[in-house]
Design a protein around this ligand. Structure first.
Ligand code: PLP
Length: 368
């Protein structure tokens, strides 16, 4: 039977296996030294004051929003084009997501739309670094400052990305990362909150651990969750963090090769690159030519043994969401992108032959 080319593949090997085996041999699987070391090493790598490991990026987002005081009655502004987790986290704090449009060039939050969407109920902004490209943080932070809003960076897709020479995630009140296996750093499932204020870090820690403080007391008075990471995940994450730079560089090289080859496909849009910002290549999204039947293209690629994904669908078009949101403006750009984006197979170590197969199959699927 023909092997399918998957959309993503985790880059884990003997070093990760050894680290996990070491934890198993030690026998302590939760709340131990691996988590503590992973948090410290991650914070040092990002140059932030503190980090709290969690069981997913969504948990990390919920914890960060709650730690920053977001709750019922609040509005939180976010881009309409993102993974549904961003909206789910806001909804699960009892707050209302306010969708704003994205910029047609960067596919990230449009600062003018953001500014226009601020109301007297707005409490926070979630700035998503979509597909690993930094959101316009100078504008976001300046709007937040003018209106006294808190800012959370959703850097779940953007580990290692840089905004004007600084790594994303540590630029706002809090930042969150996700470690699902399609990410550049994986722990299987997992996430991390980072912040530069001790109060936010300790509140996140309490929220992730049933409201308990560092000494185990319930004095924080926070009804928390069970969002903790595990020693096995942390051991894996520590090894992945040490080899992160190599994977980032490899993904950049592969993305450049994809871009060179796909530039020959008429009317196909390539993922934006910005001179002043370093993208972290989480996946390889392309923008199909106007009028293309995306489902048909996906079907043809699937028949050729190639897995693709139609993300991200724009949030307000997902069944059941429209009535839970406030929509600002027409969201025309997000809607168009949501209908035409296609993510191609991409991982560190993607073999050139497989990449060539993808390019040939996509070219054939788009041929008139
Ligand atoms: C933009 C964005 N936010 C949040 C998340 C949530 O991460 P997780 O799947 O680990 O809960 C993801 C994960 O893919 C994401 O892409």
């Amino acid at each position: 039977m023909m092997m399918k080319i998957p959309l993503a593949r985790a880059d884990v090997g003997p070093a990760e296996a050894q680290a996990v085996a070491r934890v198993m041999a030690r026998g302590r699987l939760a709340r131990g030294p691996e988590i503590e070391a992973f948090e410290q090493e991650f914070a040092a790598w990002l140059v932030v004051d503190g980090a709290v490991a969690m069981n997913s990026g969504t948990s990390a987002l919920i914890a960060a929003l709650r730690a920053l005081g977001v709750g019922p009655g609040d509005e939180v502004i976010m881009p309409a084009l993102t993974f549904i987790a961003t909206a789910n986290a806001i909804l699960n704090c009892g707050a209302t997501p306010v969708l704003v449009d994205v910029d047609p060039h960067s596919w990230n939050l449009d600062p003018q739309a953001l500014e226009d969407a601020v109301s007297d109920r707005t409490r926070a902004i979630v700035a998503v670094h979509l597909f690993g490209l930094a959101a316009p943080m100078n504008d976001v932070l300046s709007i937040a400052h003018d209106h006294q809003l808190v800012v959370i960076e959703d850097a779940c897709e953007a580990i290692g990305a840089e905004y004007q020479g600084r790594r994303v995630g540590g630029l706002a009140d809090a930042g969150v990362f996700g470690f699902y296996p399609n990410k550049v750093l994986t722990t299987g499932e997992g996430g991390m909150v980072v912040a530069n204020a001790e109060g936010i870090i300790s509140r996140c820690r309490a929220i992730a651990n049933q409201g308990r403080g560092a000494d185990g007391s319930m004095e924080a008075g926070i009804p928390g969750f069970s969002f903790r990471s595990s020693e096995l995940a942390a051991a894996l994450g520590r090894v992945q963090l040490r080899s992160l730079d190599e994977r980032l560089a490899e993904r950049t090289r592969l993305s450049e090769r994809y871009a060179r080859m796909l530039a020959r496909v008429p009317a196909l849009g390539l993922p934006p690159v910005e001179e002043q910002n370093v993208r972290s290549w989480f996946t390889f999204p392309v923008l199909l030519p106007a009028g293309t039947d995306r489902a048909m293209v996906m079907q043809q690629l699937d028949t050729a043994g190639i897995e693709t994904a139609d993300y991200f669908p724009v949030v307000h078009k997902i069944p059941g969401y429209c009535e839970r949101l406030r929509i600002h403006g027409s969201l025309a750009v997000s809607t168009l992108l949501g209908e035409r984006l296609l993510c191609l197979p991409f991982w560190s170590g993607l073999e050139e032959q497989l990449m060539d197969n993808v390019v040939v199959a996509l070219t054939a699927a788009l041929a008139p």
